[in-house]
Design a protein around this ligand. Structure first.
Ligand SMILES: [Zn+2]
Length: 294
């Protein structure tokens, strides 16, 4: 059972605790280059534990929108190396190391992806920062690295990590390049399944096996959604091919700035309205709202 609730009433900051229930807050729900919405990064909170899944270039601003800053967030999980998902990590690392008396937030990450994230994205601004550092700095100098463990679950490979009461299951997705036919041919990208209740697709091309599988076990699903066909995300048209029983458990996120102007992206031949509720989904995921699970 879940409810959707307003947060930050009267400008209060979002508490990073709950009374013990699971809470999911999208600090943004927009696509990579969206300007009307923040980028699709989400806070998972339960009891006195929390994880921020991704922190893109606008992530620090999106936290400020809800009265928080990167120093208050103590645990991160990056899903892949597009800047709308990891563009905020330099700020997080440098702020913690140099402005917060050497504090180290946690980062949940697999070894191979850690190497990639560091060498190809973060090292440029973070590797050489101190006159007497003696050696190039590493990700582990900025973050307390936490390793999920590999497992076979529900017929596929997953990596599990227990963060207090929050059970996180990570699965690979096929996101980029657009020519990747198999997940193994694509760059590292992942979705998450939280407490075996909430599935968040992560950035992904359309892989019907995942929503079909998680619809059977998840209470609620969030799927990334692109308003045109082709490219590296699941399109609205493709998601419409899912059975109604699957769509009715699903909110859509990672949408472009014209999401609410269906005339600009729905064709007459499409056979749907572009209003996700009328088309059988739960709706557009809303940023800065809490999805609370009792
Ligand atoms: Zn992406």
């Amino acid at each position: 059972m879940y409810t959707v609730n307003e947060i930050c009433k009267n400008g209060e900051p979002l508490p990073l605790q709950t009374d013990g229930h699971l809470r999911v807050v999208f600090i943004g729900t927009g696509a990579a280059f969206a300007k009307r919405r923040r980028q699709s990064n989400m806070l998972i909170i339960q009891g006195d534990h929390h994880v921020l899944v991704d922190c893109g270039t606008q992530g620090p601003l999106a936290l400020e929108d809800i009265g928080l800053d990167v120093l208050q967030v103590k645990c991160y999980l990056p899903t892949h190396s597009h800047a709308d998902h990891i563009g905020g990590f330099e700020e997080i690392g440098l702020m913690n190391r140099y402005l917060s008396k050497n504090s180290k937030p946690e980062m949940i990450i697999l070894p191979d992806y850690e190497e990639d994230l560091w060498a190809k994205s973060l090292a440029g601004g973070m590797e050489y920062c101190e006159s007497k550092q003696g050696r190039p700095l590493r990700l582990a100098d900025f973050f307390k690295v936490q390793r999920p463990s590999a497992d076979q679950a529900d017929g596929g490979m997953v990596w599990n990590y227990q963060h207090g009461p929050i059970e996180i299951s990570i699965m690979r997705t096929r996101h980029f390049p657009d020519t990747a036919v198999r997940i193994e041919d694509s760059q590292w990208c992942s979705g998450v399944f939280i407490n075996r209740r909430v599935w968040i697709s992560g950035d992904t091309m359309f892989e019907p096996e995942y929503p079909l599988k998680y619809a059977k076990i998840a209470e609620l699903m969030f799927h990334d959604c692109q308003l045109f066909q082709g490219g590296i995300h699941a399109s609205y048209n493709e998601l419409m091919t899912l059975p109604e029983s699957v769509r009715k458990k699903m909110f859509l996120y990672h949408y472009g700035d014209n999401w609410d102007q269906p005339a600009s992206w729905v064709k007459e031949t499409d056979g749907f309205t572009g209003n996700p509720v009328e088309d059988g989904f739960l709706g557009w995921a809303e940023q800065q709202m809490a999805y609370d699970f009792s």
